[in-house]
Design a protein around this ligand. Structure first.
Ligand SMILES: CC(C)(COP(=O)(O)OP(=O)(O)OC[C@H]1O[C@@H](n2cnc3c(N)ncnc32)[C@H](O)[C@@H]1OP(=O)(O)O)[C@@H](O)C(=O)NCCC(=O)NCCS
Length: 176
């Protein structure tokens, strides 16, 4: 298990060579280098997972309109199946929880059972299918859309919602 020395750091422009090497060597359908440059330029949340300062994984997340979309999550092939993907995903969810976003979203290829299992086991659920969304070989492959609530309703007894308790003319919500 190599995860004891695992650290997370924001991705910097000078990490891009390592990030791109991990991406090209590990993902079946890799992002191009330009996608990472665009993500940094756009101010997306771009993170690296490192062991002894060596990049062993990366993830990019975009936040908009109360949704945090995890756009990519990759672990270096030599370091897969050691718990790094799970810790990196948890790190991204943690960062998303610190924003105003209420929901984390992602899409995964129907054939990507490894990633699907990981997302499911971390609390994401399937909320839809984008038919024929990704190119594959000579055809197309469905995307499974998955979501996870980041904020849950917390009950404040000093300020209960209007449906709780006996409604009278005096405490009835609204302008009546
Ligand atoms: C998907 C990916 C990020 C998982 O990273 P990882 O570090 O290997 O994952 P972990 O070791 O943390 O495993 C977490 C869970 O993922 C699932 N998983 C990982 N590898 C798996 C495999 N070979 N077969 C089945 N499930 C697998 C399991 O649910 C696993 O939990 P478990 O070990 O308790 O069974 C990694 O395989 C990867 O980078 N793949 C290529 C890029 C990619 O497909 N990214 C996702 C795009 S949506």
């Amino acid at each position: 298990m190599t995860t004891s020395k695992l650290t997370f750091m924001p991705m910097q422009a000078n990490d891009l060579e390592q990030v791109n090497a991990v991406e090209q060597g590990s993902a079946e359908h890799p992002w191009r280098a330009a996608h990472f440059v665009d993500s940094l330029d756009s101010g997306y949340i771009c993170e690296t997972a490192r062991i002894d300062n060596l990049v062993v994984g990366h993830s990019v997340m975009m936040t908009a309109a109360s949704e945090a979309s995890i756009l990519i999550l990759t672990v270096d092939k030599q370091h897969q199946r050691q718990g790094i993907g799970r810790q990196l995903l948890q790190h991204m969810i943690d960062l998303a929880s610190k924003t105003d976003c209420e929901t984390a979203l992602l899409e995964v290829r129907r054939s990507n059972h490894r990633a699907f299992n990981l997302y499911l086991s971390e609390g994401f659920s399937e909320i839809g299918i984008r038919k024929n969304y990704y190119p594959v070989g000579n055809g197309w492959e469905d995307a499974i859309v998955m979501a996870m609530e980041l904020k849950t309703f917390s009950f404040n007894p000093a300020n209960p919602p209007p449906t709780i308790g006996k409604t009278t003319r005096k405490n009835r919500p609204g302008n009546g």
